[in-house]
Every structure is written in structure tokens, then in C-alpha cells.
Design a protein around this ligand. Structure first.
Ligand code: 1CP
Length: 355
């Protein structure tokens, strides 16, 4: 597919090419804070039914782009599609997070885990990718994504969300062989899944390592970073004659930016606990930076949001290489108008930092 992009600000900033203003998109930009999302989700029945229906997944991907002048679309899906395709039985308990019917606790079940074929068991995701790419009509690039092996393992071993990660850490520290077998299978699965997303139309990729930051520095390298590097080594890095940039996001990973930048990725997602300007000084000659407003700032007044946007733009400073975003996903309780004020602030205040 070779439609020329009408707005390629996001890809240009990631490649550190000049831009007229700082591009912006929001993590979890499609989701429960939008009434039109809640409508479609009701129509679909439940979250996974929405992910499995390419037309509806496309519709909710496009919803935030109709409201706001965003510079990228992100595939509507979830990181937990891979463990589901490996046979763990994903389900969502009303009002609670994701759960697995068959959490992993022993060597036998890890040895038996299949590496899913992305065009088969995950074919519904590929159909969503190609549908969205077609319907975007070249307006903005489409971001594909996956969870990091460590982050996926936390859900698979704990059986769902966790507060202290005791089961998954128990496996990592008491049964490291078992954990490494699981992480290696996940790295292989994520690599072929992301490559299939690119083959079906994704123009950029993001790896979400939401829970890498709960590890010690040594354990982070051993159980999380190393497998993200393995994935990056195996990724298709070009499509339609253009580079497919990869962004790595470890929540609470601020202390490891140098090591993350050395993986061969194109950009780092940073959360709000790291100063944007300091991050640029540390790794800005190697990678682009995405972030990093605290999503809770969207509860403040439009004036306060604008002030915060200016602070972050000023902290990054002049020139390209920044993609504006939140430091983590937008909360379901945020008013859409406030998200609008945030995006408007970035589009209005950022041109003076370019050109
Ligand atoms: O409608 C609903 O109630 C379901 C809520 C929901 C949504 C909207 C879930 C369940 N997933 C999603 C979509 C989703 N998840 C996207 C869509 C694209 C977008 O608009 O950004 C993406 C990129 C994700 C990624 C994801 N899922 C991550 C990594 C990013 C992050 O936020 O840290 C994680 C950790 C998940 C797991 C997950 N899936 C859903 C929930 C509520 C969770 C978090 C559970 C937890 O906190 O442990």
C-alpha cells in the first residue's frame, strides 16, 4: 500500500527531520473517556468482541481523530491478544481489569505454549490493521503495538493485574530457566506479530513495557530489556520505502534511558517522573523522545494544562525529535474538552520551537 501521507509530522519528528510544530497523539486516545466509544463498545457487547470486529475496531480508532487534530492513529486492540492466542483464556471481569482462566505456574504449561501464527489465531488483529489503514486514507500514520515480553509475562503468571508482582517475581528469581523460556517464547511471538502488523499496514511500532519499572536495575536488564532488544533485532524496519520507527516505553524506566536507547530503537516513551530536558541531554543525540505530561493534569483547568504543555515544550527546547504525548494512558474520567485543550495547546504553542 503506497498512499502518500498527507500529515507525516509524527514520522518526521521520530526521524529527527524538521517539522512545523511538535506532533501529538495520546496513549489510549480511543477509550472510555469518549461517549462515542462507550456507545460502540455497548453495541459490540464486550471489549474483546470490539477488538475482534475489524469494522468496529476501525470505527473506535478513528473517533478521536474526528474530534481532535491528532498526528497519528493507534490500532485499537490490546497487548493481551498474544497471551489469549497462546491459549490462556483472556476475559474481562466487569469493573475490574483483565483476567486469565489459565495462569502459568509450571514448566509443563510453559513448554506446551505455542507461538501463535499472527495471520491465523491473530488474524482478527491483522484485519483491523488493514481496515484502519485503508480508512485512514493517508491522513496520518498508523501505529501498531505490542506489550513487552516481561509485561505480558506479569499478566500471564499473576493471572491478571497485580499490586506487588509476587508470583511473577517468584518465578523470575526462584525458577529463572522457566522464566527465560517463557520470555523467549513471548519475544518470538511479539516479533512475528509486529512484523505481521507492518505487512498489513502499520507504519510505526510501539512496545509497551508497562511493568519493567517494578524490577531492580539488574533484573530489568535480564528479564525485560534484553527481550525487547531481541524483538527490535528481528523487526521489519522499512515499508513503502519509508523507515518504520520503533518506540520503546518502560513506565518508571527513567533511570535506564541510556540502556534503552542502545537497543536500536528510534524513540523512547518517557513518563512524567523524568524531566524532558534532562532526558534530551542524556539520550537526545541517539533517539527521539515521546511524552510526557502526567495524565492527571487533564483534570486541571485548560489554563493550567496549557501552562504544563509550555513547561514541557520549553524543557525539551528548540528543534525536532519530540513527539508530544501523555506519560501514560488517558484516564477514563477525563472530560473530552480537557483532552481537546491539551491538544490545542500543543498545536498552538509548539511552532515557536521549530524553524
Ligand atoms: O472498554 C474497556 O473497558 C476496556 C478498557 C481497555 C481499552 C480501551 C483495555 C483493557 N484495553 C484498551 C485498549 C488499549 N490497550 C489500547 C488501544 C489503543 C489506544 O487508544 O491507545 C492500547 C495501546 C492498550 C495497551 C495496553 N493494555 C497496555 C499497555 C499500555 C498501558 O496503558 O500501560 C496494558 C498494560 C494493557 C492491559 C489492559 N487492557 C485493558 C486494561 C484495563 C488494561 C490495564 C490493566 C492493568 O492496569 O493492569
Amino acid at each position: 500500500m503506497t498512499t502518500k501521507l498527507k500529515n507525516d509530522r509524527y514520522l518526521r519528528a521520530l526521524a529527527k527531520q524538521p517539522v512545523d510544530r511538535t506532533p501529538i497523539w495520546m496513549m489510549r486516545q480511543a477509550g472510555r473517556y469518549l461517549p462515542e466509544y462507550r456507545e460502540v463498545r455497548k453495541e459490540a457487547g464486550d471489549f474483546m468482541a470490539l477488538c475482534r470486529n475489524a469494522e468496529l475496531a476501525c470505527e473506535v480508532t478513528l473517533q478521536p481523530l474526528r474530534r481532535f487534530p491528532l498526528d497519528a492513529a493507534i490500532l485499537f486492540s490490546d497487548i493481551l491478544t498474544i497471551p489469549d492466542a497462546m491459549g490462556l483464556g483472556l476475559y474481562f471481569e466487569e469493573g475490574e481489569g483483565p483476567r486469565f482462566k489459565h495462569p502459568l505456574r509450571d514448566m509443563q504449561s510453559i513448554e506446551a505454549l505455542p507461538i501463535p501464527d499472527p495471520e491465523d489465531e491473530l488474524g482478527y488483529v491483522m484485519r483491523a490493521v488493514s481496515t484502519i489503514r485503508r480508512e485512514l486514507k493517508g491522513e496520518v500514520p498508523l501505529i501498531g503495538f505490542a506489550g513487552s515480553p516481561w509485561t505480558l509475562a506479569t499478566y500471564m503468571v499473576e493471572g491478571g493485574s497485580s499490586k506487588n508482582f509476587s508470583e511473577v517475581k517468584k518465578m523470575a528469581f526462584a525458577e529463572p530457566k522457566m522464566m527465560h523460556m517463557l520470555l523467549d517464547k513471548l519475544a518470538q511471538s511479539v516479533t512475528s506479530y509486529l512484523n505481521a502488523q507492518v505487512a498489513n499496514g502499520a507504519q510505526a511500532l510501539m512496545i509497551f513495557d508497562t511493568w519493567g519499572g517494578v524490577l531492580s536495575p539488574r533484573a530489568y536488564r535480564e528479564f525485560s530489556l534484553r527481550y525487547m532488544e531481541q524483538i527490535i533485532d528481528g523487526l521489519t524496519r522499512e515499508a513503502d520505502g519509508r523507515k518504520v520507527p520503533v518506540t520503546l516505553f518502560t513506565k518508571n524506566g527513567g533511570q535506564w534511558l541510556e540502556a534503552m536507547a542502545a537497543t536500536g530503537c528510534d524513540a523512547l516513551g518517557i513518563d512524567w517522573t523524568t524531566d524532558m530536558g534532562e532526558a534530551r541531554t542524556r539520550v537526545g543525540d541517539k533517539v527521539a523522545l515521546q511524552g510526557n505530561m502526567d495524565p492527571s493534569m487533564l483534570y486541571a483547568t485548560p489554563e493550567r494544562i496549557r501552562e504544563e504543555v509550555e513547561t514541557i515544550l520549553k524543557s525539551y527546547g528548540q528543534g525536532t525529535g519530540q513527539v508530544f504525548n501523555l506519560g501514560h494512558g488517558i484516564h477514563p474520567g477525563v472530560k473530552p474538552e480537557n483532552a481537546g485543550a491539551f491538544i490545542e495547546a500543543v498545536t498552538e504553542l509548539s511552532p515557536k520551537y521549530h524553524g
